[in-house]
Design a protein around this ligand. Sequence first.
Ligand SMILES: *Cc1c(COP(=O)(O)O)cnc(C)c1O
Length: 497
Amino acid sequence: MRYVSTRDEKVSVSSAEAIVQGLSHEGGLFLPESIPSVSLDEIGSMASMTYNERAKKILPLFLTDFTAEEIANCVDSAYTTDNFASEKIAPVKKLTDETHVLELWHGPTCAFKDMALQILPYLLTTSMKKTGVDKEVVILVATSGDTGKAALEGFKDVEGTKIIVFYPCDGVSGIQKLQMCTQSGKNVYVAAVKGNFDDAQNGVKAIFTSAECEKKMAENKKTFSSANSINWGRLVPQIVYYFSAYADMLSAGDIELGEKINVCVPTGNFGNILAAYYAKCMGLPVNKLICASNMNNVLTDFIASGTYDKNRRFYTTISPSMDILISSNLERLLYLLSHESGEVAGYMAQLKESGKYTVSDAIKEKVTECFAAGCASDDEAEKTIGEYVEKFGYTPDTHTAVALNVYDNYVKTTGDKTKTVIASTASPFKFNAAVLSAMGEETEGKDEFALLRLLSERSGMKAPRALSELEEKQVRFADVFEKEKMIDAVYSFLNIE
Ligand SMILES: *Cc1c(COP(=O)(O)O)cnc(C)c1O
């Protein structure tokens, strides 16, 4: 299987090359030139498999240049019960006959990014070996919170790699900062940058594109890479859990083999829901994909109108991981629906120039055939948290609450009774204050750990150890840099003169 670029189909690389390169040279995203299919019999046979066995069926269909042994090694290193607090890795909770919640947050950082970032380091180091790149990989991340921590946990102590994370001084929550500053591992470094997320991001971009820096890195047998969500190595592991959810529902007797399900996903960068779309194209029986947004509802409008327009107010919400106005992975969907890289390159040029584009009627028609969409305000998400706690004794986090709200409205307006998988993307304990206040608790003046204990009492769930143990952990990283000094911090950590 070869990989092409969304902006130039003449580009042709192997999956290992796509993972090492991350982004195609003309700015497009890599994707496989065709979509492999999985038969119903094969899906049926997954019912009795473990998560890792299911992953070993799906991943080789895309990573055709990897050996079975290499894939098994990646999968079994990532999805262990040391790293995940659930033996099922991504368990499905049934709330009603129709409502099934796919919990993607049992990994080490309690958010769904772990599903991909636990395995990416192994996919990347294996890809480096396969493509003959004999250098140490240095992962450089600017983070607004979740991605940095998930990347740190994924890459810590992975041989042949180092990871450096910069977070903005004034831009991450207390618990997120603690999660990063107490990070363990011999190959990790974390520092704060004075300023906001854009300052950190621009600093990292400047380092990535500095010719002098590249030369010094090469002299020292090192190379930079990114753990960004546009890397194919982050997307492909996400396809697995949709097959896994279906297989779990089969094995529980909740659906018949071949019965179609809906999938509802709280969406930001469009990676998670795109993985569900891939699963559908591969043959997973899926009816509608329901795209749920918060008040940053650029995708809701796009799916309704065919016009993508990022020229709008940016809202800071209680579901911060979805506070995004440019959903990078949508570019892959546009390519899949048009198969014309020239057309996609045109839309992306318009987006860059004027912040908006309108897709062709052909694309729009296909989008509305597959996708439904909706959005929820903070108030609506909070109300949904209260309702799910009361009705089902189930405490969703703020991102999952957006999806549940949009799903409930979808059912109300369409009457569609298709059984639905709702992707749950974070543990409620990661967003204690918002979840507790939705449950009617006073959170003012309580510290993060008091909130953890209170939520544990109220939800009847144990707080994830990864969060409660932060209280006893030593802060290892307290450096703060001006944006211009980030490069010196990098050289110093890497022992480069
Ligand atoms: C990243 C993230 C999302 C958005 O996922 P995309 O793949 O970017 O659409 C949703 N919820 C949580 C908790 C996240 O961390």
